[in-house]
Design a protein around this ligand. Structure first.
Ligand code: B3K
Ligand code: ZN
Length: 834
């Protein structure tokens, strides 16, 4: 496998100014004419191209015969004019047989493109790299009512349309969508008074489920103006929802393409979490217009330049739209579940990687979520005003450019005067730093001693200290006596605070840095924080600490039970926060904690402990669970905004506990449920108890044909079925007539659902591993990106006992030695086995 290295970066040989594309759309034989204006350059002309039939090529009108190979073509320098020249090539492609869902593909009568990272080379020969930017004009010919591309519509007639995007862009932001689509229209007036037409394109029949996405889009546009002073820069902004998509969505200039999961939502079909997802993905893709499109990446090693920053921006947006502490807790849960897990295993890599085989394998939790944490820390270190000044300078200095993370850090240094040389390590060092804190009280002072280490990761045996912003507070029995922010930059440092007596430290408030905190306090400290920390995040964190003492060790459940019951009854606390505090860590979270303690993870034991703590909480609450659940459940019309989702979350958490004893309570709740959130919450205990047959059949009958809901029907069964039955359930469902493994959403629902059912996937006999490997081998032949991504289910193999380790390694080896394995999956499996 050939390795691409950051150190080998060279600018492209020839500048490009304009690109004119003409598409004659045909499912099996689309012809693409590309006219590219090249400027004066040096050396051969090397263009990327994959799975293309070259029909003709000319340079300044004179036919040329380039040397073609598997990845592209070369025109020797000797055959190129001295001055600028125009390249025209005609290629033929087969969108119907393109099963990779990269480039131009044809599914269910729609033509769809996905060009990031390297899909454009499946459309025509081109320098398919983000630092080659050009102005695109596109003509589409095809017998379909809707023919879309980037920018503004400049002309159209029956069977054709022409588009022009005035903004220079890299090829990965090119998009085309064609087919029978309907739109929902709205408009937005920008801060400078320009009217922007907004269109969301969906299939006939789906227009009724676009209102929330449209509303989120308008709120995101306004927020970016208010918060960053950034205005939209075209007269038209379009979103297309498609059912066959590998990613969540794509920020193509002026024409975002979305997985329909992040557009279509109604109270009957989408849960509160789905509404949240729509809001944040709509915002994320819209925010990319500045952080990604106007300022893009020089090369794919810089991916976090746009992704980390854009995730951070969408997190802040969502925090402003709803409860900020609750959003922070959700973001940290996600960070730990995906990124801490990745950082602790064989796939660990820095936020700015140094090499890759297949770039699609680096659209990871580390590049996205840890990348966002780094921006958050920068803001923490320099302060909000300096952060604002730095962002202002970033857009002034780099608008229209393809940049590096170094450029970004230089802007921060120049704008704020902070020396960020040590901060760079955060981008280059993989692994999650461990932070320990010890406290002592001496002569009228509370002394906090902080220490940091970062464990070795693949290719990086030795680590240097990183700057860790630590927000802290000190609590006594009346409340908070002091607080502050400390920047730990050395391996060990102390903070001294004058206090009258010993206080209880609350450190890393708001999760001010993406580290694993080990707190060597006194018994009872966590209970104090859970009861009265002024920082909501650390109240939640204290509950989690107490729960993990029971779940990952042999701690006494009483402090956790006492603490969370007190919280439950605190009417002054946001119900959403109470619901989070009342929830146990996931089995994945427990496994991570056990692994951190250098103990072997036994998935069956984790499952048993998880169940018994749920049981203990159920007993403790007794009749209170249903009483409070009923009292807090919102009545009246469903709204995904405001207090209602938090109230539902708490009501449903309590229902899940109460229904452990009495499944009839879940049946009753199901009968009364009037929205998808409540329905799924009521179904879950029945599925867990293996008593949902009739209910699942009724659910299926009601929603047959509504793909996103049928996805849920598959996912809830494989993810919630009792561990010893779940694999059988999955094997039965994969023969269901609605199961189409070639549709990524459906595949992820069933297979991803089973993987998330940890005790089932990690069955001691290895049947779960064999089953997944069979699927990966099958999917890899069609859609390598999807298979490669799913293969990360195996990344935790070192956590388990020798028996399971061997069973997983056997499957990894079997995959690695399969004929015709893709570069994508080959790289993943190779890294996991290394
Ligand atoms: N930039 C796209 C992701 C593309 C995935 C390519 N494998 C969506 C996003 O991050 O906004
Ligand atoms: Zn993104």
């Amino acid at each position: 496998q050939s390795v691409i290295r950051l150190e080998d970066y060279k600018p492209f040989s020839h500048p490009v100014s304009t690109v004119h594309l003409t598409f004659h759309l045909d499912p099996e034989a689309t012809r693409v004419r590309a006219e590219i204006a090249f400027g004066v350059g040096t050396g051969d002309l090397r263009l990327d191209g994959v799975d293309l039939d070259l029909l003709s090529a000319t340079i300044d009108g004179v036919p040329v015969t380039p040397i073609c190979d598997e990845d592209g073509l070369t025109v020797a320098a000797a055959d190129l004019p001295d001055g600028p020249f125009t390249w025209v090539a005609e290629t033929r492609i087969d969108p119907a047989r393109n099963t990779t869902l990269e480039g131009l593909y044809h599914r269910r009568d729609l033509f769809i493109t996905q060009c990031e990272a390297e899909g454009f080379r499946r459309i025509t020969y081109f320098p398919d790299r983000p630092d080659v930017m050009a102005v695109y004009t596109v003509r589409i010919e095809g017998d379909m009512p809707v023919l879309l591309s980037n920018g503004d519509l400049t002309g159209s007639g029956p069977g054709w349309a022409e588009w022009h995007d005035p903004w220079r862009k890299p090829s990965y932001l090119f998009a085309l969508v064609a087919g029978d689509l309907r739109s929902v229209e709205d408009s937005f007036t920008t801060m400078s008074g320009r009217d922007v037409t907004l269109k969301i394109w969906v299939r006939d029949g789906d227009r009724g489920r676009c209102a929330y996405a449209m509303d989120a889009l308008k709120r995101a546009m306004k927020w970016d103006e208010d918060t960053y002073g950034l205005e939209y820069d075209l007269d038209l902004f379009q979103i297309v929802a498609v059912d066959d998509f590998n990613a969540g969505a794509m920020e193509n200039k002026g024409l975002n393409v979305f997985n329909s999961k992040y557009v279509l939502a109604s109270p009957e079909t989408a849960t509160d979490a789905d509404f949240d997802g729509v809001e944040s993905v709509i915002a994320h893709e819209y925010f990319h217009n500045w952080t990604g499109n106007r300022i893009t990446c020089r090369d794919w090693f810089q991916l976090s330049l746009k992704e980390g920053l854009t995730v951070f921006r969408d997190q802040c947006f969502s925090a402003d739209m709803r409860s900020a502490p609750v959003k922070r807790i959700e973001d940290v849960l996600r960070l730990r579940a995906g990124q801490f897990r990745e950082d602790a295993g064989p796939l660990a890599h820095p936020v700015r990687p140094e090499s890759y085989v297949e770039i699609n394998n680096f659209y990871t939790a580390t590049v996205y979520e840890k990348g966002a944490e780094l921006i958050r820390m920068l803001r923490e270190i320099v302060g909000q005003d300096a952060y604002d000044a730095a962002l202002k300078l970033y857009f002034e200095r780099h608008d229209g450019q393809a940049c590096t993370i170094e450029d970004w850090l230089s802007v921060f240094q120049d704008a704020t005067g902070h020396d960020l040389s040590q901060f760079r390590r955060w981008y280059h060092q993989a692994g999650t730093p461990r932070l320990t804190v010890e406290d002592r009280f001496e002569e009228g002072e509370t002394i906090l001693t902080f220490r940091q280490t970062t464990p070795p990761t693949p290719g990086q045996p030795d680590k240097q200290p990183v700057p860790i912003p630590i927000r802290w507070g000190l609590l006594d029995d009346k409340g908070e006596v002091a607080n502050g922010m400390f920047l730990l930059s050395e391996a060990e440092q102390e903070v001294r605070v004058k206090t009258a007596a010993r206080t209880v430290p609350s450190v890393l408030r708001g999760f001010s840095a993406p580290v694993i905190l080990e707190q060597k306090g006194q018994p009872g400290d966590a209970g104090v924080r859970l009861a009265r920390d002024t920082d909501a995040f650390n109240r939640w964190e204290a509950g989690r600490t107490l729960a993990l003492d029971v779940l990952a060790g042999d701690g006494d459940p009483a402090p956790w039970l006492d603490g969370v019951c007190a919280v439950l009854n605190d009417q002054t606390l946001d119900p959403a926060l109470r619901a989070l505090i009342l929830s146990l860590p996931t089995q994945e979270g427990i496994a991570q904690e056990i692994a951190l303690r250098d103990e072997t993870v036994d998935p069956d034991l984790v499952h048993v402990r998880h169940q018994s703590l749920e049981e203990a909480l159920t007993s403790r609450l007794g009749a209170d669970a249903m009483r409070i659940s009923r009292a807090i459940r919102p009545t009246g019309d469903y709204s995904p905004d405001g207090q209602a989702p938090g109230q539902r979350a708490l009501a449903n958490r309590l229902l899940s506990l109460a229904a452990r004893r009495e499944t009839d309570l879940a049946r009753e709740a199901l009968a009364q449920a009037s929205n998808m959130t409540d329905r799924l919450a009521a179904l879950a205990p029945l599925i867990r108890a293996g008593q949902a047959e009739a209910e699942l059949a009724a659910f299926h009958a009601e929603w047959s044909g509504t793909d996103l809901v049928i996805d849920k029907w598959f996912a809830m069964q494989t993810s919630l079925a009792p561990a010893h039955e779940a694999l059988d359930v999955a094997q039965r469902l994969q023969n269901h007539e609605d199961f189409t493994w070639t549709v990524p959403n459906r595949f992820r629902a069933l297979v991803g659902g089973l993987i998330s059912n940890t005790a089932a996937f990690h069955r001691a006999d290895g049947a779960g591993y064999v089953w997944l490997a069979d699927w990966l081998l099958k999917v890899d032949k069609r859609n390598p990106m999807l298979a490669a991504r799913m293969s990360a289910a195996f990344e935790t193999w070192r956590r388990y006992d020798e028996g399971r380790q061997k069973l997983i390694l056997d499957q990894l080896e079997r995959i690695a030695s399969a004929d015709g394995l893709s570069r994508d999956t080959g790289e993943m499996v190779g890294r996991m086995r290394a």
